[in-house]
Design a binder for this molecule. Structure first.
Ligand code: SAH
Ligand code: SF4
Length: 429
């Protein structure tokens, strides 16, 4: 173990990534050297996720090898933050009473005090932190900006409302205060975050208004947003995205299933037809990219109902899909449903869905060949070579030859060919 070192290991969604970066910055300022080895670090923090059971499993495995190290070395400290703490605080206390602190998402603002008591160092208040925008950050030119926390929906499979609490929207003043400072430091891309971001409302400002205000205020900076919910989707959002060049033409709008009976059992609040109508309107934007999350093997899902998901995915031709097999979460309505599908069938359906999506993606991407797109360069694609990786407005990876001095800048790339995951192109002068 090395003294004065800290390591934060992140699991889960972009919101967790944002929170981990914020805590990383606090630790940096408190004098810790940030390292990536949980074995070597004096202070280890796991930022946990509990949306699906494989995330839980990873954390229990890590802890069972890490906690015994505390017996050998008393100065090693281990803390847990994130959604698993809210859902399973008692289990942590029983399994690993040696853990130094547990902080749930709603308790997060107290982390400065908890760390101060534990390590006898001083920490700035959590809420005042900006993201790490220096050479230590992976992509210092890109930032997440939570504008909404919690969720007011009640999808029957989902643990999020129970662990994150009710929806809270942040005021435009507070959002712009943070973003002004980040943009002045050179941020080129902002991703606004919320579980159902299109439901954002602050006084009389709706999400479409906030998007328009953001686009006008940060001309030349790319703006993305995640995650859209298909109900309460104000079509003005599509019009605003079409109107402003710096609003990326990309929608992450999970359908979860392509069958209306399953959607009802999931309490999603829309039908297949309604969802398809919304997607058709989005497709009116030239070269728009659309992505989804899908769940396979929800309780009582028949083979035919699963095939409805496959057919809907073919019909839409999603540019990207995040696919999961259903995982029971205790304390959710679906977790108590009786007609569960065997895990082997869920996994088999997931494998078929992934196969279909990957074999389709290459075909879907062919429409981009021959066109030139503005992209934001992320990093070297392969070590030691003159190959760069960038993303286009649709959030798709674009690979091309170029010098690493272009990292963090916008360039134009013509797409020459595609694979099932990537667009391959050449730099344009
Ligand atoms: N707020 C977002 C989703 C947040 S959770 C929305 O409504 O779309 C991220 C994704 O995890 C979900 O879209 C869903 O596909 C998946 N997920 C959530 N709970 C799950 C469960 N119990 N089993 C499997 N996948 C789940
Ligand atoms: Fe979960 Fe549904 Fe809320 Fe998304 S909208 S976080 S899936 S309850």
């Amino acid at each position: 173990m090395r003294e004065n070192t800290a390591c934060i290991m992140n699991f889960g969604c972009q919101m967790n990534e944002y929170e981990s970066l914020t805590v990383t910055k606090m630790l940096d300022k408190a004098g810790y050297e940030l390292i990536s080895s949980v074995d070597q670090a004096e202070l280890v923090i796991f930022n946990t996720c509990t949306v699906r059971d494989n995330a839980d499993e990873k954390i229990w495995n890590r802890l069972s090898s890490l906690v015994p190290q505390k017996r050998k070395n008393k100065s090693k400290k281990i803390g847990i933050m994130g959604c698993m703490v809210e859902a399973q605080r008692e289990v942590f206390l029983q399994k690993h009473p040696e853990i130094d602190f547990l902080i749930s998402p709603v308790e997060l603002p107290q982390i400065s005090k908890v760390l101060r008591d534990l390590t006898a160092r001083s920490y700035e208040e959590y809420s005042t932190y900006e993201l790490m925008l220096d050479e230590k950050a992976k992509f210092p030119f890109r930032t997440y900006m939570p504008i909404q926390t919690g969720c007011n929906f009640n999808c029957s499979y989902c643990i999020v409302p129970a662990v994150k609490g009710r929806e809270v929207n942040i005021s435009p003043d507070e959002i712009f205060e943070k973003l002004d400072s980040l943009v002045s430091k050179g941020v080129k891309e902002i991703t606004l975050l919320g579980q159902t971001i299109n439901s954002y409302t602050y006084e009389d400002i709706k999400f479409a208004d906030l998007l328009e205000m953001t686009a006008q205020r940060y001309e030349g900076v790319w703006i993305r947003f995640l995650t859209s919910h298909p109900i309460l989707f104000d079509e003005r959002i599509i019009d605003v995205v079409a109107k402003y060049d710096n609003l990326c033409s990309y929608f992450h709008i999970p359908s979860q299933s392509g069958n209306s009976r399953i959607l009802k059992a999931m309490k999603r609040g829309y039908t297949r037809e309604k969802y398809l109508g919304l997607i058709a309107k989005m497709r009116e934007i030239e070269d728009v990219c659309i992505s989804t999350d899908m769940i396979c093997g929800f309780p009582s899902e028949t083979e035919e109902e699963f095939e409805d998901s496959l057919s809907m995915m073919r019909e839409i031709g999603y540019e990207t899909a995040f696919m999961f097999y259903y995982s029971e979460r205790k304390d959710t309505p679906a977790g108590k449903m009786e007609d569960s599908i065997p895990v082997s069938v869920r996994k088999d359906r997931l494998a078929r869905m992934i196969d279909q999506q990957l074999s389709m993606q290459g075909e879907v991407y062919k429409k981009f060949i021959g066109k030139t797109y503005k992209v934001l360069v992320e990093n070297n694609a392969r070590k030691g070579e003159n190959t760069l990786k960038a993303r286009n407005a649709g959030n798709l990876p674009v690979i091309f030859e170029g010098d690493k001095s272009l990292i963090g800048t916008f360039v134009n790339v013509r797409i020459d060919s595609v694979t099932s995951h990537t667009l391959l192109g050449s730099l344009q002068g």
